[in-house]
Design a protein around this ligand. Structure first.
Ligand code: GL1
Length: 215
């Protein structure tokens, strides 16, 4: 979702930066953005604390995670359908017209809120609740839960991701992966588009058929 459907990925990192600055007076380097992208709130916080070489109690960890969410939610006060990334509303509308089922497999616990505010909820057959998933991305669990919710096998599905962790999760689940972003970010994907506006259904179908027929 973040960075695929809605233009919210950079807001997450902006919130992490604010949290680190306000609590520890420290700046986070750009390269941490890629390392935290697409992974759960607690996993992201662990990556950041490791980088800062700071150890905190369980209670403080919980408070920091909650504070980051408050900062992030404040950034979302004006969230509207304008934040849907280029081409994505048309793309999902087209999928639905073709009778293709759709599920949201985001690590974000703010998924339902964001879909609601951007007017995208109605396009989804299933939304996986990440709080019910034991192992987050890059583990396959969240994508396997999505395929199960749609009553499909992983082979019948295609996943869209803007994060390394997400591509790894798709691969581990045996789902054809489409990456959105630079080669550095999602170069491991089965198919890559530089941005959402470039996504082309025919290319996606072709790579899915090619991989599935050879499997
Ligand atoms: C969590 C993390 C974010 C980001 C998303 C996945 O979101 O906190 O930094 O990695 O997962 O895109 P949230 O805090 O909304 O549950």
């Amino acid at each position: 979702m973040d960075g695929v459907l809605a233009d919210t990925a950079s807001l997450h990192f902006k919130a992490w930066r604010k949290l680190a600055k306000e609590n520890f007076g420290r700046s986070l380097p750009d390269e941490l953005e890629n390392k935290t992208r697409g992974i759960s709130r607690s996993d992201s916080l662990s990556v950041i604390l490791d980088y800062l070489e700071i150890t905190v109690s369980k209670a403080k960890f919980h408070r920091l995670a909650e504070e980051k969410n408050q900062i992030y939610r404040n950034f979302l006060t004006d969230l509207s359908p304008d934040e849907v990334l280029p081409g994505m509303r048309d793309f999902i509308t087209d999928l639905r017209k073709k009778g293709i089922l759709t599920a949201l497999a985001s690590a974000s616990q703010n998924g339902p809120f964001i879909l609601e505010r951007t007017g995208l909820s109605k396009y989804f057959n299933a939304i996986v609740d990440p709080s019910k998933i034991e192992a987050g991305k890059p583990a396959p669990d969240i994508y396997l839960a999505a395929t199960a919710a749609l009553e499909l096998s992983p082979k019948e599905c295609v996943g869209f991701e803007d994060a390394v962790s997400g591509i790894q999760s798709l691969k581990a689940a045996g789902i054809v992966s489409v990456g959105i972003g630079s080669d550095h970010e999602v170069g491991q994907a089965d198919l890559r588009f530089s941005s959402t506006g470039d996504i082309n259904f025919d290319d996606v179908e072709e790579i899915w058929a090619e991989i599935t027929n050879n499997a």
